[in-house]
Design a binder for this molecule. Structure first.
Ligand code: SAM
Ligand code: SF4
Length: 330
């Protein structure tokens, strides 16, 4: 398979697929308390449409797929999609991002299907703060999922958004998960995708401050080489089983090696997290497009890709970057 490149010579081999915009949590940095206006169900890509698209993309050079959302497990029969994706030739890795509230019962089957890794979102180790952040009482369920992931030996990364006045007290406890378990804990800069727009004039917990705060606890923190295409800058604490990562998602330091495209639940191609969608592939498919026409639509999108997240944001035609992350997939 010849590799796929964008107009800036970046290799593209990774598809992030939001399978729903619905969610059973209301994380304040992602959705307003009253939720967002969900897409009508017939606007979502069907599983058949997703499988067709992923098969075509696998033939173009996509090797890795991440299932995300909204919360993937609130979509009916989501395991059908995992089963179908696991049979697509050329897809070497299937990954999942989940809030862990209802995923637990499906983990053994996901392991059997050969899932490569699971990103579990967990911003706090305190049940009260969990409620303040997610506006729901699911802390115990998420922790049960965490322990099950460890028990099953599924490679696990913890995603934590670090926020001023919300979960700063959790920094040390979250870092210490890497001491007690073989997990990677990644601290993510908060982005303005909360369904309302950014409330901060200047982001306090940027990647530099996050690093300084971790170093203040563990002065022997050591940089480790980052895997190719990594969005996180990665560190190791001597004696710990796992790594710590920092994702400069708002500062956008990693655009130069970005290897990913996104498909939203309604089939909009995004070539950058910060663009407002470049093309709706669902409509093209439902109007009877051939495989060649669909492939060409992806190539056209990649041939007009913004150089980085700042350019993508500047090119937006609609609202400023403020939509809920549940519509993008993270
Ligand atoms: N519901 C699943 C979950 O929470 O893991 C998958 C979708 S969620 C949109 C994907 C990731 O985006 C989560 O790790 C979440 O923490 C992150 N996220 C959501 N809103 C964010 C924001 N405004 N800034 C930074 N990260 C955000
Ligand atoms: Fe739901 Fe994930 Fe958004 Fe939280 S971050 S509201 S769990 S989609």
């Amino acid at each position: 398979m010849p590799p796929l490149f964008d107009n800036h010579g970046r290799k593209i081999n990774y598809l992030r697929l939001a399978v729903t915009d619905r969610c059973n949590l209301r994380c304040f940095y992602c959705m307003p308390e009253h939720g967002i206006e969900y897409l009508p169900k017939d606007h979502l890509l069907t599983y058949e449409e997703i499988v067709r698209l992923v098969s075509l993309l696998a033939g173009m050079g996509i090797e890795k797929v991440r299932i995300t959302g909204g919360e993937p497990f609130v979509r009916k029969d989501i395991m059908e999609l995992f089963r179908a994706l696991s049979r697509i030739e050329g897809i070497k890795q299937i990954n999942l991002t989940t809030n862990g509230t209802i995923a637990g019962k499906w983990l053994p089957e996901l392991k059997e299907l050969g899932i490569s890794s699971v990103n579990l979102s967990l911003d706090t180790l305190d049940p009260k703060r969990f409620h303040q952040i997610t506006r729901r009482d699911d802390f115990e369920n998420v922790m049960a999922t965490f322990h099950q992931l460890i028990k099953l030996g599924i490679p696990t990364k913890i995603n934590s958004v670090l926020m001023q006045g919300k979960n700063e007290e959790d920094l040390e406890g979250l870092v210490n998960l890497t001491r007690d378990y073989p997990v990677s804990v990644r601290f993510i800069e908060e982005m303005p995708f909360n369904g309302e727009g950014a409330k901060y004039a200047d982001l306090h917990w940027n990647h530099i401050r996050i690093l300084e705060a971790i170093k203040a606890i563990y002065p022997d923190l050591q940089k480790v080489p980052d895997p190719p295409f990594s969005t996180s800058s990665n560190y190791f604490i001597p004696g710990h089983q796992g790594n710590v990562g920092i994702i400069a998602a708002y500062s956008r330091t990693f655009c130069g090696t970005c290897n990913r495209i996104r498909l939203t639940a309604q089939g909009t191609i995004k070539t950058c997290l910060y663009d407002d969608g470049v093309f709706n592939i669902r409509d093209l498919m439902r109007n009877g497009a051939t495989d060649e026409q669909i492939k060409q639509a992806f190539l056209d999108a990649l041939n007009n890709r913004a150089r980085n997240g700042f350019e993508a944001e500047a090119r937006r035609l609609g609202l400023p970057a403020s939509e809920s992350m549940a519509t993008i997939g993270g």
